[in-house]
Write a protein that binds this ligand. Sequence first.
Ligand code: F6R
Length: 254
Amino acid sequence: MEIIISDSPNDVAVKAADILQGYANRGATLGVATGSTPLATYEELIRRHTAGELSFAGCKMFALDEYVGLPIEHEQSYYSVIHNELSNHVDIDPQDVHIPNGLAEDLAAGCADYEQAIVDAGGIDVQLLGIGANGHVGFNEPSSSLSSLTRMKTLHPQTVADNARFFDSAENVPVHVVTQGLGTIQRAGQLLLLATGEQKAHAISQLVEGPLSAACPASILQIHPHATVIVDEAAASKLNNVDYYKFIQQHKPA
Ligand code: F6R
């Protein structure tokens, strides 16, 4: 794993955009995340696109997850979030933006179709990830199978509480979601996980320095051949080997 410790949340976004720009400009298949963390990165990508530095022409996007039962027009559906925060502002063909279907009559069949769509697209080249305070990636909560594929999951009460800020109240947060599995995420060519703020420090320490374990689903990055973690100082504050990770970055071969 490459661990990049940045001075500020803004610097996390710039570094993430630097990596994603290379993929976008070659028409790659991008795995995109929702939540607060990637928003600054999306703003930076849109800024670069507007400045003519970056094109999403020929790209495909696959979102990580979606709430079950939330109409896509709802402003907190991940369909709305991905379109409003990213894809509507860049030159990707709307037909190439894929979001798991949380409204399918047969959710299991919808999830299988989503897996197949990723395979048919040739796989995800780079998967952007946030991390839950409890170590979840996508909506793979602690105890998720490390080889799981896209399926329905029940949110952890902590995630419901964390996501209540996006809704009028915790009671309005859907408890069920469909999410790419940990096995799905593992198949992406590169994993790019971002975290900012002290509230993510414990999860980041478990991901980087804890055991590979379903208790911290993000620890699957430890067994991925090309995983990059970009964090700010606050999210890095519980890492034991922070000086070594900085030393590696200072001595990065040209
Ligand atoms: C969102 C997702 C979640 C979030 C995580 C962190 O698509 O899959 O894993 O990345 O809950 O959310 P924020 O960034 O809001 O702290």
